[in-house]
Design a protein around this ligand. Structure first.
Ligand code: ZN
Length: 187
């Protein structure tokens, strides 16, 4: 049986498949432009509607966490610059790179380009925002001197995000946390 999602009419088709083998579990996945929701055969119509809603929300949340496109990333960096640096840092482009395993982010101030390690994908939003702000700040101040950290004080989750990344790095036993080899060491 196929029905349209009630909250997104006309765009995403939802196919509900009932399975006699399922007793309790509900799961959902994308299949092309459709969303398939698997439910136990004996579920009522009302339960079905409720679970379809829950699973669509879950999928959407997972997808928005996982990967912003490069264009969305650039827009996000511009919004962060507006919000915390009065728009003074002007990123030309922001993109994900997969060849950056010991640095979370890097930037080329002369081009205004920022690169983020794909390893940040799936990390909490506030952590990605911190790395974006860190690189945006480097468009204004090179190195990690007091002026640099004063800029980042505007972002209330700087300490928390740094702690998160240090924890991840410790687990991965990364050689260092400095995002640019020519930079002074942090701390
Ligand atoms: Zn840095």
């Amino acid at each position: 049986m196929t029905s349209k999602s009630p909250r997104d009419p006309g765009t995403s088709a939802v196919e509900v498949r009932r399975s006699a083998r399922r007793s309790r579990t509900v799961s959902a996945y994308r299949e092309g432009d459709r969303t398939v929701v698997l439910i136990p055969a004996r579920m009522s119509e009302a339960e079905e509607r409720r679970w379809v809603g829950v699973m669509l929300d879950k999928l959407a949340a997972k997808e928005s966490r996982s990967v912003l496109g490069d264009r969305e990333l650039t827009e996000r960096a511009r919004r962060l610059s507006d919000q915390y640096f009065d728009g003074r840092a002007r990123p030309g482009s922001v993109r994900w790179v997969t060849n950056q395993n010991t640095r979370w982010g890097s930037c080329t101030p002369s081009e205004g380009s920022i690169r983020l390690s794909h390893r940040l994908q799936g990390m909490p939003e506030y952590v990605v925002d911190y790395v974006l702000l860190h690189e945006l700040a480097h468009l204004l101040v090179p190195g990690h001197g007091p002026r640099f950290w004063r800029l980042l004080e505007a972002y209330p989750r700087t300490e928390r995000a740094r702690g998160y990344l240090e924890g991840v790095a410790a687990v991965d036993r990364l050689p260092n946390l400095s995002d640019r080899p020519e930079d002074a060491r942090e701390e």
